[in-house]
Ligand binder design. Structure first.
Ligand SMILES: [Zn+2]
Length: 103
Protein backbone atom coordinates (compact mmCIF):
# COMPACT_ATOMS: atom_id res chain seq x y z
CA UNK A 1 0.00 0.00 0.00
CA UNK A 2 1.33 3.45 -0.91
CA UNK A 3 1.21 6.64 1.12
CA UNK A 4 1.71 8.97 -1.82
CA UNK A 5 -0.94 11.70 -1.52
CA UNK A 6 -3.12 12.64 -4.44
CA UNK A 7 -3.62 16.38 -4.94
CA UNK A 8 -6.62 18.19 -6.43
CA UNK A 9 -5.97 19.75 -9.82
CA UNK A 10 -5.96 23.27 -8.31
CA UNK A 11 -3.42 22.40 -5.57
CA UNK A 12 -0.16 24.35 -5.66
CA UNK A 13 2.65 22.13 -4.38
CA UNK A 14 4.51 25.16 -3.02
CA UNK A 15 1.55 25.96 -0.74
CA UNK A 16 0.32 22.42 -0.03
CA UNK A 17 1.18 20.89 3.35
CA UNK A 18 0.11 17.32 2.46
CA UNK A 19 3.17 15.11 2.10
CA UNK A 20 3.75 11.35 2.48
CA UNK A 21 5.35 12.14 5.85
CA UNK A 22 2.59 14.52 6.93
CA UNK A 23 -0.72 13.39 5.42
CA UNK A 24 -3.04 15.38 7.75
CA UNK A 25 -2.10 18.66 6.07
CA UNK A 26 -4.16 20.82 3.73
CA UNK A 27 -4.22 21.24 -0.02
CA UNK A 28 -3.93 24.91 -0.98
CA UNK A 29 -4.22 26.76 -4.25
CA UNK A 30 -1.81 29.50 -5.25
CA UNK A 31 -3.00 32.53 -3.28
CA UNK A 32 -4.14 35.72 -4.92
CA UNK A 33 -2.77 38.76 -3.09
CA UNK A 34 -4.41 42.17 -3.15
CA UNK A 35 -2.42 45.12 -1.86
CA UNK A 36 -4.39 48.07 -0.51
CA UNK A 37 -4.66 51.13 -2.72
CA UNK A 38 -6.12 54.60 -2.19
CA UNK A 39 -6.91 54.41 1.56
CA UNK A 40 -8.15 50.78 1.48
CA UNK A 41 -7.74 49.24 4.92
CA UNK A 42 -6.34 45.76 4.33
CA UNK A 43 -4.06 43.47 2.41
CA UNK A 44 -6.10 40.49 1.22
CA UNK A 45 -5.04 36.94 0.47
CA UNK A 46 -7.53 34.57 -1.21
CA UNK A 47 -7.00 30.86 -1.80
CA UNK A 48 -8.72 27.48 -1.89
CA UNK A 49 -8.07 25.09 1.01
CA UNK A 50 -9.04 21.49 1.63
CA UNK A 51 -7.97 19.50 4.67
CA UNK A 52 -6.65 16.06 3.75
CA UNK A 53 -8.11 14.35 6.84
CA UNK A 54 -10.71 13.21 7.40
CA UNK A 55 -11.18 12.26 3.78
CA UNK A 56 -13.96 13.99 1.92
CA UNK A 57 -13.94 17.38 3.67
CA UNK A 58 -15.24 20.09 1.33
CA UNK A 59 -13.13 22.72 -0.38
CA UNK A 60 -13.33 26.14 1.26
CA UNK A 61 -12.48 29.59 -0.09
CA UNK A 62 -10.25 31.30 2.47
CA UNK A 63 -10.11 35.09 2.58
CA UNK A 64 -7.48 36.46 4.95
CA UNK A 65 -7.11 40.13 5.85
CA UNK A 66 -3.85 41.70 7.06
CA UNK A 67 -3.13 45.22 8.26
CA UNK A 68 0.35 45.11 6.78
CA UNK A 69 2.33 43.05 4.31
CA UNK A 70 2.12 39.36 5.27
CA UNK A 71 5.90 39.13 5.02
CA UNK A 72 6.11 41.53 8.01
CA UNK A 73 3.30 39.96 10.06
CA UNK A 74 1.94 36.54 9.00
CA UNK A 75 -0.98 36.66 11.47
CA UNK A 76 -4.23 37.67 9.77
CA UNK A 77 -6.54 40.18 11.44
CA UNK A 78 -9.53 38.47 9.88
CA UNK A 79 -10.22 35.11 8.31
CA UNK A 80 -13.26 33.94 6.38
CA UNK A 81 -13.57 30.28 5.43
CA UNK A 82 -16.46 30.09 2.99
CA UNK A 83 -18.00 27.01 1.46
CA UNK A 84 -18.17 27.16 -2.33
CA UNK A 85 -21.92 27.82 -1.98
CA UNK A 86 -21.34 30.72 0.42
CA UNK A 87 -18.52 32.10 -1.76
CA UNK A 88 -20.74 31.98 -4.85
CA UNK A 89 -23.58 33.84 -3.13
CA UNK A 90 -21.19 36.33 -1.46
CA UNK A 91 -19.53 37.10 -4.80
CA UNK A 92 -22.93 37.79 -6.34
CA UNK A 93 -23.99 40.01 -3.42
CA UNK A 94 -20.70 41.93 -3.46
CA UNK A 95 -21.06 42.57 -7.20
CA UNK A 96 -24.58 43.93 -6.66
CA UNK A 97 -23.46 46.12 -3.74
CA UNK A 98 -20.54 47.54 -5.74
CA UNK A 99 -22.90 48.35 -8.64
CA UNK A 100 -25.20 50.12 -6.20
CA UNK A 101 -22.32 52.07 -4.64
CA UNK A 102 -21.16 53.25 -8.07
CA UNK A 103 -24.60 54.29 -9.35
ZN1 LIG B 1 -1.98 19.21 -2.27
Amino acid sequence: MTNVPTHPQWCDRQECTVTPDRPPGAHCSRPVLLRPEDREAMYLRVALHQADRPHGLPVVVCVEGYDEDRAKDPNPLALLALSTRQATITAHLLRRLVQRARS
